[in-house]
Design a protein around this ligand. Structure first.
Ligand code: MTE
Ligand code: MO
Length: 219
């Protein structure tokens, strides 16, 4: 097993520690619909930077599986064939990394989270969703953040297969949260009664991660 890029992890962790409890004033919600598409403190970047723990797992499509488990009526493990058999969905969204870069108008195609939910049927007690990935990464979200029309398991970006370094074959996209909430190389999705902070959430980053509230850091 490769090691995480420890310098990067330490740097981001120290940054969150220094900034603990700080938020900027949120901007009015309608602002984002007009001229200003950049959440506070963000800048637009060219291209699409790669940001992760430094491990890029290459998973042969024949070995790839996605397990959906926990507080659901119908747990599932999908092979790549199973994934391709789901109805495809498309969505266009902006992407905001907590390190302040943003990209606009990403075209995603994949399987919508709502479709996945309709198959596995979360139990009434399920209130959180925990994602884990082939690189050892984990991230958590409230169920209501995932139960949204623009949340998907993406396998293409701008009409091409999602490159490995960006989380291919399949990554999660949650446009209304900072990008760390979207697990690259997603391997397992667990519906849960209780929350469980993920990789960055235990290292000083916000549990909610709302870009328009500049909600970057934990307390
Ligand atoms: N599995 C996994 N997913 C991850 C990460 C990671 O390290 N591992 N990094 C997160 C962070 S901090 C960001 S900003 C985005 C970056 O996605 P990109 O490299 O495609 O730009 O992925 C998120 N998802
Ligand atoms: Mo990030």
């Amino acid at each position: 097993m490769e090691e995480f890029n420890e310098r990067l992890v330490n740097r981001k962790e120290a940054w969150a520690q220094a900034k603990r409890g700080l938020t900027e004033e949120g901007v009015p919600p309608d602002t984002r619909l007009r001229e200003n598409r950049l959440p506070p403190g963000q800048h637009m970047t060219k291209g699409w930077p790669v940001l992760d723990l430094g491990i890029h797992p290459t998973i042969a499509l024949t070995d790839w599986t996605l397990t959906i488990t926990g507080a659901v009526a119908q747990p599932a493990t999908w092979t790549w064939e199973d994934f391709l058999q789901q109805p495809p969905t498309q969505s266009i969204s902006d992407f905001h990394c907590v390190t302040t870069w943003s990209t606009f108008d990403n075209h995603w195609e994949g399987v919508s989270f709502r479709h996945l939910m309709s198959l596995v049927r979360p139990l009434p007690a399920a209130r959180f969703v925990l994602f884990s990935s082939y690189d050892g990464y984990t991230v958590n979200l409230p169920l209501e953040a995932c139960d949204d029309e623009d949340v998907l398991l993406a396998c293409t970006w701008n009409a091409a297969p999602l490159p490995t370094e960006h989380g291919g074959p399949v990554r999660v996209i949650v446009p209304k949260r900072y990008a760390w909430k979207g697990a690259k190389w997603v391997k397992e999705i667990t519906f849960a009664e209780h929350d469980k902070p993920g990789f960055w959430e235990v290292r000083g980053y916000s549990n909610q991660a709302l870009p328009w509230d500049e909600d970057r850091y934990g307390y």
